[in-house]
Ligand binder design. Structure first.
Ligand SMILES: Cc1cc2nc3c(=O)[nH]c(=O)nc-3n(C[C@H](O)[C@H](O)[C@H](O)COP(=O)(O)OP(=O)(O)OC[C@H]3O[C@@H](n4cnc5c(N)ncnc54)[C@H](O)[C@@H]3O)c2cc1C
Length: 474
């Protein structure tokens, strides 16, 4: 019997797991997918919003502001790269400038101190490549960028280190409350676990999970956001927004923490909550909207497109706390700025419980060594200790065999799992050359046939059949 079962291993579920795993309780995390970060957390803008977008007085505004501040310590403890590069919202006419004034006042009311409107001269000093038609900008130096799935992996690893048990491919399909006051949670494949409390962090499906216990107080609409991602170098130094609309913060241009850049996201409500396709219409919207920020984007360096699905709550705000069903808690409707808010949401949810801390627990974990960013001396040392550092598998991103093996050792079961932990396949060729080599290494390390390895779980097989007799050797 678990004390608590968290449903959903996105950034919210895993942020909560990180704190709860420090307590002296049995903790389970149930995830429908084969890995963490496969919902909204795996496909978003990766921006740590400063906090001027949300209406003052909402939970979104409160947790955005508080969460943003908490990232310095979390990233230091979990060894996750983050940059406080600030963000800009551009104004192209007087009406836009009026909007910036509103955002600035809202930002101040939400707690921001270093928020200001800057003129053209400072704007072009900060961002020389942007469209010279911009006449002013809102400058918030406390905004930042982070790799959301690297954070999600780190949160899982630290909670596992402290005893949290993760059940992957456990798609919750039924929850029954027994007379003895515990929940019996059943997966679609018939597996069952028992827990005294449940925390519902199931993203776009949080309404479905809540209904399983009789909580129909909210619904979630899926809103898809499409992106185009470009190869390095980035023409901008920080996220650059246009003034927001009713549908959200609009299309922006932003660097990633790894030095690439993207344009996006679009905002389109969709029926199928799992429909992560990209569309010609979406791509056209992105191109025409982003050219307001940068006139001549280098589309010859476009390396991919993807989309993520926002969980828009019917209540208009985050849904946090115990539901009308005793011992069933929601952390639901966590749309943007949910990534930024995650540490503060987790702290709040965990403050609702009264458990004792374990005698010992870890607060730190180290990321996988990145051979490419090591100094020459460090590279020599690494290769001396382990020859597999000298075998470069992903040439675009310079990822070695040793790094891929370490990703598998830490729990990667799919090619995307390796990608999210190492950046292998994320370069210009998008895995055209290295995927077969990664499959061979994974097959060997996991002891499974190469054709059994998937891209992201389910039926996403990469190889249909054993096309080459020697694929399983080595
Ligand atoms: C396009 C886009 C851009 C965004 N940009 C930003 C940004 O720049 N900054 C920011 O702060 N926020 C941003 N966000 C918001 C942020 O990504 C989300 O708020 C955050 O990732 C939500 O995390 P989560 O854990 O609630 O949801 P998810 O990451 O979706 O995790 C929910 C998990 O629950 C699992 N699950 C669902 N049903 C079941 C079931 N039946 N059984 C078991 N498991 C289940 C899912 O598989 C999934 O892994 C953006 C979101 C999108 C989509």
């Amino acid at each position: 019997m678990y004390e608590i079962a968290i449903i959903g291993a996105g950034v919210i579920g895993c942020s909560i797991a990180r704190i709860l795993a420090e307590y002296d309780i049995k903790l389970a995390v149930l995830e429908a997918n084969i890995d963490v970060a496969m919902g909204a957390t795996g496909a978003n803008s990766g921006i740590l919003h400063a906090g001027h977008d949300c209406e003052t007085g909402t939970l979104m505004a409160k947790f955005n502001y508080e969460g943003n501040i908490m990232f310095d310590q979390i990233c230091e403890e979990l060894d996750v790269p983050m940059a406080r590069c600030g963000s800009l919202v551009l104004a192209f006419n007087q009406e836009d400038v009026n909007q910036l004034e509103i955002l600035k006042i809202r930002g101040i009311n939400n707690g921001l101190k270093k928020i200001q409107i800057i003129g053209q001269q400072k704007l072009y000093e900060l961002e020389p490549s942007i469209n010279k038609d911009a006449i002013a900008a809102l400058w918030t130096p406390t905004a930042g960028i982070i790799n959301p799935y690297e954070l999600n992996v780190a949160l899982m690893e630290i909670s596992q280190l402290n005893g949290a048990k993760y059940y992957f491919e456990f798609c919750v399909s039924d929850i029954k409350k027994s007379n003895n006051d515990f929940f019996e949670i059943t997966s679609s494949s018939g597996q069952t676990i028992k827990a005294k409390k449940i925390i519902n962090c199931a993203g776009v499906f949080a309404d479905k999970i809540a209904k399983m216990v009789g909580d129909d107080s909210f619904s979630i609409t899926a809103r898809r956001g499409e992106y185009i991602i470009f190869d390095r170098p980035t023409p901008v130094n920080r996220p650059i927004f246009q003034v927001p609309t009713k549908m959200g913060k609009g299309v922006l241009v932003s660097p990633t923490i790894d030095g690439n850049f993207f344009i996006g996201p679009t905002a389109q409500n969709i029926e199928d909550k799992l429909d992560k396709s990209t569309t010609t219409e979406g791509i056209n919207v992105l191109k025409s909207s982003a050219q307001k920020i940068i006139k001549d984007l280098p589309y010859n360096r476009q390396i991919g497109s993807f989309s993520g699905i926002r969980a828009i709550p019917s209540t208009g705000d985050f849904i946090l706390g115990e539901s009308k069903i005793k011992n069933f808690y929601n952390a639901a409707g966590i749309c943007s700025p949910g990534l930024t808010s995650a540490p503060a949401i987790a702290k709040y949810i965990c403050s609702l419980f009264d458990y004792k801390k374990k005698k010992t627990y870890s607060t730190r974990r180290k990321r996988i060594i990145n051979f490419k960013s090591a100094s020459n001396q460090e590279k020599i040392e690494l290769i001396r200790k382990d020859k597999r550092y000298s075998n470069i598998v992903c040439r675009c991103e310079v990822i070695t065999e040793a790094e891929i093996i370490e990703a598998v050792r830490r729990g990667a079961r799919t090619v995307d799992g390796v990608k999210r932990r190492t950046r292998a396949t994320m370069g210009r060729c998008q895995g055209s050359f290295c995927t077969p080599k990664i499959l061979e290494i994974m097959s060997r390390e996991l002891g499974v046939k190469v054709e059994k390895i998937t891209k992201f779980g389910g039926n996403s097989y990469i190889i249909d059949s054993d096309v080459r007799g020697d694929l399983h050797e080595s």
